[in-house]
Design a protein around this ligand. Structure first.
Ligand SMILES: [Fe+2]
Length: 517
């Protein structure tokens, strides 16, 4: 008999060892440090078996509750022969019921051995078996609950993260990566609906080689993603090879789960995830529910991003139009605002300004002379020197520019660059006569770029000078007209770019991507 110890008490006369098998898997049944416990007292104990607490104390309590007669000799033996529980009564009493072997069906492995009156042994074994089963069942339930908790946590995190993102591409990329990760899958694809061609194309992918998906398109109804787009319903296909809808256009895959992304009753695309990391584990209905939930959340986030992008593009287009209008006021200023903006942005990069600061600087530089829109062209385009009165009018353009833009709350951060771009570091500028650091950095940077561009291009009242001469002049004005800390940065920036900028348009950042829905 496995685990039998030589020093254990001798069996009581009439006892018969009985083995009762318990389930092999008994999670939570820990082996105590001492593998043998003398169990002599027969006292009342809690009746309830606490799920997940089937340890030696629980079993002892169970036996206390139900082994109400003498002749108890029980052992619980693990498959490797270790014994972790023994119970012996002090001595059988006269006239007690004889011990009878009892067989309780169960899995091979861990066994309950004992000699008890049949009814008690059966009862005890049954209780322990049920306790083990309950523990196992509870363990499964707890695991399922834990998995569900993790999923909900991921969904919550996802919804928070994705809704904080504003840029469309960033939302799409994050969305797909998170969904693929949550479903323990290897690959994910966001098929966007092309409203012009009425088909699906790969807008974003995760875990796939770019060359695999480049140019990949599906007609509505073609393939599993196409079928999902056509039907507007999610699908699980765990046996792709035998699915008639499957179209093998990319890597061979085993299983797919796909859901439509619908925003305000319009299909905008399909999210498609395939190949579980655990190859033997198919996608489940729970996975599908999760994907559908994420697709809904993703749809809202994508729609928000689309609206944001539309507004941003509208703003960019408005600024571009205004820039053209500003430069058109002066025939000699053609392209001036864009060149100033370009130089300012390159400086911002060299100064490692934050993206937001750099974007605001660019807008401020593009619009720095917007006040000229309120000034007569007869003054702006006048050939020859200006009168004192005309010069005074010209000097109003920074303040006029600020007053034009100040009602636009979204552009409040660009006002310093517009108001202050004619201030001087020594305080002798205009309109507010600010000095040193009183002039915000945006204004100090634009002042450098504006002056350099003005010097290196023809004006109505003078000819352009060479870039090197302009740089020398600017350097000589460090600490008087210009911020001495910024002048070297500007000179280095310009030298890095090259001595002539003939086509600034080519150097400007690319336009934002076109929106497809
Ligand atoms: Fe100006």
């Amino acid at each position: 008999m496995p685990g039998r110890d030589d020093d254990r008490p001798r069996p009581v006369s009439g006892e018969t060892d009985t083995e009762v098998e318990l389930p092999r898997e008994s999670p939570g049944v820990a082996m105590p440090a001492s593998s043998r416990i003398r169990y002599r007292s027969i006292v009342s104990a809690p009746q309830a078996v606490v799920a997940g607490a089937l340890d030696v104390d629980t079993i002892a309590a169970l036996l206390d509750s139900h082994a109400q007669v003498g002749g108890v000799r029980l052992r619980i033996v693990f498959p490797d022969g270790r014994v972790f529980f023994e119970a012996y009564p002090p001595h059988p009493r006269e006239g007690e019921e004889h011990q009878v072997p009892v067989e309780i069906p169960g899995n091979a492995g861990t066994r309950l051995q004992g000699a008890l009156p049949a009814r008690d042994l059966e009862l005890v074994a049954h209780i322990i078996e049920n306790a083990v089963r309950q523990r196992t069942s509870s363990g499964v339930q707890l695991q399922a609950l834990d998995a569900e908790r993790k999923r909900l946590s991921l969904v919550f995190d996802f919804s928070e993260k994705v809704c904080q993102l504003a840029a469309f591409e960033e939302v799409v990329t994050r969305f797909l990566g998170d969904v693929t990760h949550m479903l323990d899958a290897r690959e994910g694809t966001f098929f966007a609906l092309d409203p012009r061609r009425k088909d699906l194309y790969v807008r974003c992918h995760h875990g796939l080689r770019p060359d695999v998906v480049r140019g990949f398109r599906l007609q509505i109804g073609e393939g599993i993603a196409g079928a999902v787009a056509r039907d507007g319903r999610p699908r699980i296909v765990n046996d792709v090879e035998h699915c008639p809808d499957y179209v093998a256009k990319t890597n061979p895959i085993r299983n797919i789960i796909a859901a439509p992304i619908i925003v305000r009753n319009r299909l905008i695309g399909v999210i498609n995830v395939n190949d579980r990391e655990d190859g033997d584990k198919p996608f489940s209905n729970r996975d599908l529910q999760l994907l559908v939930s994420l697709a809904r959340l993703g749809g809202v986030a994508l729609d928000n991003a689309r609206l944001y992008e539309e507004i941003r593009q509208l703003l960019v287009a408005t600024i571009e139009s205004l820039t053209t209008a500003i430069d058109a006021k002066d025939q000699f200023a053609l392209g001036h605002s864009r060149r100033v903006a370009y130089l300012a942005v390159v400086m911002a990069q060299r100064l490692r300004l934050e993206d937001q600061e750099r974007d605001m600087l660019r807008i401020a530089a593009l619009l720095h002379d917007i006040g000229n829109l309120a000034i007569s062209e007869s003054i702006l385009k006048k050939q020859g020197p200006l009168t004192d009165e005309e010069r005074a009018v010209i000097k109003e353009h920074p303040a006029l520019g600020a007053s034009i833009l100040s009602p636009v709350q979204q552009l409040s951060e660009v006002l310093p660059g517009i108001v202050d771009h004619h201030e001087r570091y020594d305080g002798r500028g205009y309109p507010r006569h600010l000095k040193g650091e009183e002039i915000l950095q945006q204004g100090r940077i634009i002042a450098l770029a504006d002056t350099f561009d003005a010097m290196t291009h023809d004006r109505s009242f003078r000819k352009a000078c060479a870039a090197q001469d302009a740089l020398s002049e600017i350097t000589s004005q460090a600490g008087t007209q210009f911020d001495p800390a910024l002048v070297p940065t500007f000179v280095d920036t310009y030298r890095e770019l090259g001595l002539e900028i003939t086509d600034v348009q080519d150097l400007l950042p690319p336009p934002p991507p076109e929106l497809d829905f």
